[in-house]
Design a protein around this ligand. Structure first.
Ligand code: GLC
Length: 457
């Protein structure tokens, strides 16, 4: 990691300033690089629209109408793919107003790596428990459900689609290449539940649709959470690979699957710490952009930096705790806490290091280094997110104004994330950045599945 001159200094204590200067060299992404990324990303979007099998897959969602806000009715929705799994009842009240009743479930770790049937049976039992709690008994007519399944799926209809590849730590057997709607419907049949999937929805598409229910300017839905991705409204004539009929609206929402951007590692400013994370991940070589941006990975990038500095005796006096040895032990939530620590002696950072990571007796210097590394990794993530948002707005030619709805734990809870995106958008788009509204689309993935089920009705 250290520059040659610094490497040459054997037996010299490397100063805090030198360490941080090297880290800044690695992690700061300047405006020129940001612009290069946007240009390259737009080229990758085009490839995905032109043909199948591109790195950025640009998957047609089969959603061709946006809501008016007048839709009404009550819909069941199931949301799988983030930190929690949720079953919801979405009440569309018309006049752009929505009520949501939901129950969160934690997916047992073993379900994430078991046979697909085990996972889908777990999902069906959760729906059963939700319905029991709410006293709803599906009668003669099957209950229709919007299924938000936030993984790359090649949809073949609004209610059918084959899983391309698992992401975000899921790795269930006998599922890739299969129709996940059919798998869920079969699990409902096994449980004797009269529930049927009406629409299969990516969380980004759900976020866009849910926000569009009360803001018709919404043209993009982004997730910045456990993983990252976006969906946007594209003109059908621009989707060269689309072989289906032209919808009356003339448009289709595209699920970009931008997490996979730059799997060729040709453009993104990857460091040795990112490469280590990738090599040790469940899906090496895949979802490279997601691994630099999303909640599942940011903490682990920091941990990789800490390990390197500890080994070089530049941090914690060379002490490596048992906890820090464990993969993913430095959670992204700890980064949020450390970035919120404005105390002069970084006292909360001290508590995090001591109580959660087993590193006692840290010095103020250690804590300043830790905080700055966290900040550099957090800022880089926000700035890289801005690149792809700018890329989509450019592709849509909507620099004159649109709303980007964003959901996910990183956007919602990581301090300054939204402001940092906005700053980078200003560097990229100048005055036009003011026309882009970034809006929190809370619970969008679940609500959007209800909205789409309503439109399908
Ligand atoms: C991963 C999934 C994608 C999802 C995103 C955010 O990138 O592949 O489908 O939208 O995470 O949850």
């Amino acid at each position: 990691m250290f520059k040659n001159t610094r490497q040459a200094k054997t037996n010299t204590i490397i100063s805090e300033d030198e360490i941080l200067a090297d880290m800044e060299d690695l992690f700061v992404v300047g405006p020129t690089k940001l612009k290069e990324i946007v240009k390259h990303f737009v080229g990758e979007l085009q490839k995905g629209l032109d043909h199948e099998g591109a790195t950025v897959a640009m998957l047609p969602s089969f959603v061709t109408n946006r809501p008016t806000g007048k839709e009404t009715g009550s819909y069941l929705a199931l949301d799988l793919g983030g930190t929690n799994f949720r079953v919801c009842e979405v009440y569309l009240e018309g006049q752009s107003s929505v009520r949501l009743r939901q129950k969160k479930f934690t997916i047992p770790e073993e379900c994430k790596n078991a046979d697909g049937v085990v996972l889908f049976d777990f999902l069906a039992s959760s729906v059963e428990s939700f319905l029991k709690d709410s006293g709803v008994v599906p009668s003669e007519k099957e209950l229709e459900l919007g299924f938000t399944f936030s993984f790359p799926v090649n949809q073949t209809a609004l209610n059918a689609g084959n899983l391309l590849v698992w992401t975000k730590g899921f790795n269930c057997g006998n599922t890739e290449g299969k129709d996940v709607v059919e798998m869920l419907n079969q699990a409902f049949v096994r449980k004797g539940l009269k529930v049927k999937v009406a629409a299969l929805v990516n969380d980004t598409v759900g976020t866009l649709m849910s926000h569009a229910y009360n803001d018709p300017q919404t043209l993009v839905g982004v997730i910045l959470g456990t993983g990252t991705n976006a969906a946007y409204v594209e003109k059908i004539e621009n989707i060269k690979k689309w072989k289906g009929a032209t919808p009356a609206s003339g448009e289709m929402i595209i699920n970009c699957e931008w997490g996979a951007y730059d799997e060729e590692k040709a453009m993104l400013p990857l460091t040795q710490y990112d490469n280590k994370l990738d090599a040790e991940s469940q899906n090496p070589g895949q979802h490279i952009y997601e691994k630099m941006i999303s909640g599942m990975y940011l903490g682990e990038i920091c941990r990789n930096v800490f390990l390197d500095l500890i080994e070089k005796k530049c941090l914690f006096n060379g002490y490596l705790s048992e906890e820090l040895k464990k993969q993913n032990s430095f959670e992204t939530a700890f980064m949020s806490r450390i970035e919120r620590d404005y105390s002069a002696d970084l006292s909360d950072t001290k508590i995090v290091l001591q109580d959660l990571l087993g590193v006692p007796n840290t010095t103020a210097r250690d804590r300043r280094i830790v905080r700055r590394i966290v900040e550099l990794v957090g800022i880089r993530a926000a700035r890289l997110s801005a690149c792809c948002i700018a890329g989509l707005v450019t592709q849509m030619k909507k620099l004159d104004g649109c709303t980007v709805a964003i959901d996910g734990s990183v956007f919602e809870h990581y301090p300054h994330f939204g402001n940092r995106i906005q700053d980078a958008l200003r560097e990229l788009l100048g005055i036009f950045a003011e026309n882009i509204t970034l809006a929190l689309g809370k619970d969008g993935s679940g609500i959007g599945a209800g909205v789409i089920a309503a439109l399908a009705n």
